[in-house]
Design a protein around this ligand. Sequence first.
Ligand SMILES: [Ca+2]
Ligand SMILES: [Ca+2]
Length: 238
Amino acid sequence: MHRRPIQQLRHLFFFAVVTAVFLSSIVALLRNGSGQPTQSRFAFNQPAMANASPSPAEAFTYLPLIMVPEAPCVYMETDDAVVIEIESVPAAEDWQFETSFPSYTGNGYYVWRGPEQYGTPGIGVLTYPISVTKSSDYQLNIRNSHPTNPSLYNDVWVRLDNGPWIKSFSNVINAWTYDFNFDQGGNLGAAIFKNVTAGIHTIELSARSAGFRLDRLVFSANGSGQLETEPESPCVVP
Ligand SMILES: [Ca+2]
Ligand SMILES: [Ca+2]
């Protein structure tokens, strides 16, 4: 078991050689094997190189491998309205992406397939960050549809900027409609948010009735941004 000094030296030398070879392979890999510097795929903050083929010594910068999460984009008001396909943001909990009811806009629509949440807003929250250009009242019209009965499968909770959740509904059955109303303690009326300031806001939807289909939302100061031809607003990272 006891090693002689010469054997220990050999082992030490062998270990040093292996380590050196390993480290130089890592360096070669980082330099893409060509001796030319490469832009790291992970380095989002690396400035663009002015020269297409810089000399290896001067342009290469080692950057820490830190993944910077991108800020969420914000849907910008254009032509007097913010227009967003409901399915453009990730579904939450029992919201399901579907396409079986025809004549939706965009790629499809979401429908709540979980239990009714008549008394509990805040379940299955869908989040829509928006930016508006005017300080004004704004009307929300969500293109929707539901089957069978005017007052079943026909509502969803809505809130703006952490305000109170408002039961919001439509009574039009078996067709897509922009008919969309607030029920505020029995006061029924168009879904209008008062005194919205210019700038960034957040619209949130949460589950209420099962079976209510939500296709796209239009948020407009003049209440008339309901055209099918209106394209989806650009989503821009602020
Ligand atoms: Ca209802
Ligand atoms: Ca849609």
